[in-house]
Design a protein around this ligand. Structure first.
Ligand code: COA
Length: 200
């Protein structure tokens, strides 16, 4: 299973990806808004994570699809985007993601999320996608809004982050299939224009 976009390949993990995962996750600016990622982040943590993701890909009733985000131009994993909590009964799923700080603000998570949303709505046939974002996480709150997710409410003091021990309020965002279908062409056009500008 793999999804391909202009600049990225979204694929299953490989054990050899551990160095790239450590490079991304050893940065506190990345881990401080992720619930269960330890700090400091070591090789053993990356190996555990990769094996855990591989297990999810071979589960009989698959409920999670962790995609490793490979940057084609560098053949390097620069982040992860995961569909989880997929239920056939309710036809919903959630997503979570991160990008290595060196690659922020280049539209990579937008590009990856467009591909993953298309997969979830068209192949898994979900009706709705959700994302939970810490209230203080400016980048991720902005990302959800930019992609067309709507704010639905706040879960007060919902998480204790593993890396910092801090308690966070969590914003819940939802994206309905009908809204996605309507916004998708506009979003794709905006991303293509951004990529053109970045590569000028
Ligand atoms: C959140 C994160 C994944 C965004 O990745 P990215 O590849 O830099 O995001 P993009 O470049 O695709 O930008 C997406 C949108 O968010 C905006 N954005 C990105 N970083 C921002 C910031 N620090 N402040 C305000 N807006 C920001 C972009 O301008 C863009 O909006 P636009 O299309 O209207 O211009 C990245 O910052 C990250 O990994 N953070 C740490 C881990 C994390 O917080 N994960 C999410 C947990 S819910």
């Amino acid at each position: 299973m793999r999804l391909e976009t202009k600049r990225l390949i979204l694929r299953k993990p490989r054990l050899s990806d551990w160095k790239d995962i450590v490079e991304g996750c050893k940065d506190m600016e990345v881990t401080r808004y992720l619930a269960i990622v330890p700090y400091p982040y070591k090789k053993k943590d990356a190996v555990w994570f990769i094996k855990d993701c591989l297990r999810k890909w071979i589960k009989k009733e698959q409920t999670a699809y962790p995609f490793f985000i490979e940057l084609k131009s560098e053949q390097k994993v620069i982040g992860v985007i995961e569909i989880f909590g997929y239920t056939r009964q309710h036809k919903v799923c959630e997503t979570g993601s991160w990008i290595n700080k060196r690659y922020w603000k280049k539209g990579y998570i937008t590009e990856a999320k467009i591909a993953v949303n298309e997969f979830a709505f068209n192949k898994l046939r979900v009706r709705k996608m959700e994302t939970g974002v810490y209230e203080k996480n400016k980048a991720s709150n902005a990302t959800q809004k930019a992609i067309g997710y709507k704010y639905e409410g706040t879960r007060v003091k919902h998480h204790i982050t593993r890396s910092t021990g801090k308690i966070h309020d969590e914003h819940i965002y939802g994206l309905l299939r009908e809204d996605w279908k309507r916004n998708f062409p506009k979003l794709k056009k905006k991303l293509n224009e951004k990529i053109k500008k970045l590569t000028k």
